[in-house]
Ligand binder design. Structure first.
Ligand code: NAI
Length: 256
């Protein structure tokens, strides 16, 4: 199987692509020749990215406003992406937010914000994609960006960890229900990678101590996710569904 060619034929939609991992995923897929649609709330940051994607070899690139917490916005984003670049083949549910408060001090509104983006947002984008694929009688692939905090816990990240555990379970539930439509649903559970979402944390004493507990003794780089990303977006994973792949320098198997 020609892995690069398989990705180069696809139209991939990436949520939350204005920064960090989402922007990186878009660039990696563009270099494989894929058509890449990027959505985020910060549209200004997307325009520069679209230029870079075209320069990197994308088969096409388009940007649109997207708030994953708003169903109307999700539907409009799919319509805009398909009008610009044709039917979407792969969706990467990357948009996410963190909340650094201890559970006991987390107001319900803050909990709701995390769940609305990280869990309900993934649900909304996935169901809109699946309905469109089912109605058009074509398959598709969904790649959810979960976290190792979907499997284990760390102080001060309760709402986030709960949301990501939900994403792991959602990956399995959607995989089970949608295999009949030719839709595959898998996830990547990254370990710690320095981006806007955790900026500053790794300079703290707690952050430095955390890095020492990673068996491979370093933070991840966005490039460390490329193998899992290309596997799950391409036909190389055509018999995989419901899987969540940890990519974390061994963090999940750190000693207790
Ligand atoms: P980031 O903060 O740079 O990127 C998150 C993006 O999501 C931002 O561009 C933000 O504007 C966007 N976003 C937030 N709410 C949105 C909404 N309602 N609608 C549309 N877009 C929205 O952080 P990063 O690290 O790139 O995070 C990407 C994903 O990776 C997130 O789901 C995060 O939970 C996950 N992740 C990150 C890890 C890390 O160490 N950086 C580790 C494990 C998972």
């Amino acid at each position: 199987m020609d892995l690069g060619a398989s990705i180069g034929k696809k139209h991939v939609l990436v949520t939350g692509a204005a920064s960090g991992l989402g922007a990186h995923f878009a660039r990696v897929l563009a270099r494989c020749g894929a058509k890449v649609s990027v959505g985020a709330r910060r549209r200004d940051r997307l325009e520069a990215l679209v230029g870079a994607l075209r320069g990197a070899g994308a088969g096409g690139a388009a940007a649109f406003d997207l708030d994953v917490a708003d169903k109307g916005s999700v539907v409009s984003a799919f319509e805009a992406a398909e009008a610009a670049l044709g039917a979407v083949d792969v969706v990467i549910n990357n948009a996410g937010i963190a909340d650094g408060a201890a559970a006991i001090d987390t107001p319900p509104e803050a909990f709701d914000r995390v769940i609305a983006t990280n869990l309900r947002g993934v649900w909304l984008v996935s169901t809109v994609a699946a309905q469109r694929w089912r109605d058009a009688k074509r398959g598709g692939a969904i790649v959810n960006i979960a976290s190792i905090l979907g499997f284990r816990v760390s102080g001060g990240t309760a709402a986030y960890a709960v949301s990501k555990a939900g994403v792991v379970q959602m990956t399995q539930a959607h995989a089970l229900e949608w295999a009949r439509y030719g839709i595959r649903v898998n996830a990547i559970a990254p370990g710690y990678i320095e981006t806007d979402i955790n900026a500053g944390y790794f300079e703290t004493e707690h952050g430095q101590a955390m890095i020492k507990r990673i068996p491979m003794r370093r933070l991840g780089q966005p490039e460390d996710l490329d193998g899992a990303l290309l596997l799950l977006c391409s036909d190389a994973s055509r018999w995989m569904t419901g899987a969540t792949i940890p990519v974390d320098g061994g963090h999940l198997v750190s000693t207790l």
